[in-house]
Design a protein around this ligand. Structure first.
Ligand code: SF4
Length: 86
């Protein structure tokens, strides 16, 4: 079973309401952190965690998820539909 960590996003005006990190997939490439160091951090296990789900705009959040080489970061809209990866 996938080892998923879910982070609600409550940023006003945002179409993205949840960030999900698949901890099994994450290989600590830190490409996501290179796009947004304000959003992500590495934990003691060398896996990415979301430290602030609301700090960046939707476009930058999407870019950070797209930067992940193993697609460990998924984004969901308010209806619960996965918007990335499609
Ligand atoms: S880019 Fe992907 S693999 Fe690399 S740290 Fe971020 S979530 Fe993990």
């Amino acid at each position: 079973m996938a080892n998923l960590a879910e982070y609600p996003r409550t940023k006003e005006g945002s179409n993205i309401s949840k960030i999900v990190v698949d901890r099994d997939l994450c290989i600590a490439a830190v490409s996501c952190m290179a796009v947004s160091a304000e959003t992500y951090d590495l934990d003691a296990e060398g896996k990415i965690v979301v430290k602030d789900a609301n700090v960046i705009d939707d476009a930058t959040l999407l870019a950070s998820a797209e930067a992940c080489p193993v697609k460990a970061i998924s984004l969901f809209d308010k209806e619960g539909t996965q918007v990335f990866p499609k």
